[in-house]
Design a protein around this ligand. Structure first.
Ligand SMILES: Cc1cc2nc3c(=O)[nH]c(=O)nc-3n(C[C@H](O)[C@H](O)[C@H](O)COP(=O)(O)OP(=O)(O)OC[C@H]3O[C@@H](n4cnc5c(N)ncnc54)[C@H](O)[C@@H]3O)c2cc1C
Length: 384
């Protein structure tokens, strides 16, 4: 790999680079940064213009913070608010667990800052540019109805749950879990939901759960995972949110007026996450549920590992499924088990009642969330 920038072929008809990354969420930016830091010339494209919104609880674990720092991008977290506790409510039961771990940061802020870090590292960034991989493994880029073609030795797919970059390729179909929840969320004005600074406030109800956290600006990020049938039964998304927030909803007017956004079904995995010259990372490789607040961490760690691998190995796709599994299998299994428990609010209430008297096991479970997997098989890329 050479560190010169990508270039156009002599006839100017196609852009050529070592690594192309599709999607500039946390997974894509981490991949682009890691590849560029390892000496590759990198193209990063996203169909959105930044800053862009994303339905997310905006809580980043310590492992996510460490991974961003290892990429030399700690500046992206300058405004983040430290988190110190989780408060879980279910019916009349509640449990507050101390957990000095992770930060809250608005996705608009974090994602835009990471794209800027990638640009500073020499990555060619193209926003408002949609990409798809053609069957011959070239990339078709569309920006403002203008089409162009790019060629990369390795393409990293980081286009999230709703991406379309792999639609023309066979073998990458999604397997979606039968009882999958869908997500929705918004940002509400300060004080419209009861939630102290530095605390993650979760409420588990029949058919789903909802979380709130104060962002550095004082606004409240609200995000939920819900059974699609429960959402259909409510009159509107805002009515469902109001109901799920219960007594913590302080400003019904703000909740009704907010612009709520939804997601596709959440619990899913790809039939495959690698093929010759292609690695799939972040949500685009699979997702479980948001309760443990680890999605961005999985996105950043898998993105960074794929970027470093793509820059240093000619057949990175051969190693990728093993590396990806080592990074995500344990935490995803834990998250899947927890999501089953959360589908039984009566059982959750019993657990919270036990936790009021014996909090230690709950505290140690909470502090395990977002912990670094034991095997971290890809060395961190250079940060200089
Ligand atoms: C309700 C809810 C709450 C959550 N709460 C948390 C939390 O508190 N903490 C946490 O860590 N995680 C949380 N998550 C999960 C987290 O949001 C995701 O795991 C994370 O955003 C994944 O990052 P990504 O980079 O893989 O994908 P994304 O952030 O989705 O980025 C994908 C990007 O790809 C772009 N794109 C798509 N298709 C194309 C294309 N064809 N061409 C070019 N660009 C394309 C999109 O515009 C987008 O910018 C939550 C999720 C939900 C649904």
């Amino acid at each position: 790999m050479n560190s010169a920038s990508g270039h156009y072929t002599s006839l100017g008809e196609r852009y050529v680079c070592d690594v192309a990354v599709i999607g500039a969420g946390p997974a894509g930016s981490a991949a682009a940064l890691a590849a560029a830091r390892s000496g590759a010339n990198v193209l990063l494209v996203d169909r959105a213009n930044f800053p862009r919104t994303k339905v997310c609880g905006s809580c980043l674990t310590d492992t996510g913070v460490d991974a961003i720092t290892a990429l030399g991008a700690a500046r992206a977290l300058t405004t983040a608010t430290p988190l110190h506790s989780i408060h879980v409510r279910c019916g009349l039961r509640e449990l507050r667990i101390s957990r000095e771990a992770g930060v809250a940061i608005a996705r608009e802020t974090l994602d835009t800052a990471l794209v800027e870090e990638a640009r500073r590292a020499g990555v060619e960034v193209r926003l408002a540019t949609s990409a798809r991989v053609r069957p011959d493994r070239t990339l078709e880029l569309t920006a403002y109805e203008e089409r162009s073609v790019a060629h990369a030795s390795t393409i990293i797919i980081a286009d999230g749950l709703a991406g379309s970059a792999l639609d023309d390729l066979e073998g990458f179909a999604w397997h979606i879990a039968r009882r999958s929840h869908m997500g929705f969320g918004t940002i509400l004005p300060a004080n419209s939901v009861q939630c102290a600074r530095g605390e993650i406030c979760m409420r588990v109800v029949e058919g789903g759960y909802i979380g709130a956290v104060q962002l550095p600006s004082g606004d409240i990020d609200v995000a939920a995972a819900v059974d699609p049938r429960a959402l259909r039964a409510a009159n509107s998304v805002s009515a469902a949110a109001r109901e799920m927030l219960g007594e913590t909803a302080l400003d019904a007017h703000a909740i009704a007026r907010a612009r709520w956004r939804g997601t596709p079904l959440l619990t899913r995995r790809r039939a495959r996450i690698a093929a010759e010259g292609i690695l799939v990372v972040g949500d685009a490789a699979g997702y479980v549920e948001p309760f443990t607040g680890e999605g961005m961490t999985w996105a950043i760690t898998t993105g960074a590992a794929a970027g470093a691998l793509a820059a240093t190995e000619t057949r990175a796709d051969r190693a990728w499924p093993r590396v990806h599994a080592a990074l995500t299998r344990g935490p995803r299994l834990r998250c899947a088990l927890l999501s089953r428990v959360l589908r039984a609010p009566r059982f959750v209430r019993t657990l919270l009642a036990i936790g009021e008297h014996v909090p230690a096991p709950f505290a140690s479970f909470a502090s395990a969330l977002g912990r670094k997997p034991r095997a971290f098989p890809v060395r961190n890329p250079r940060t200089t």
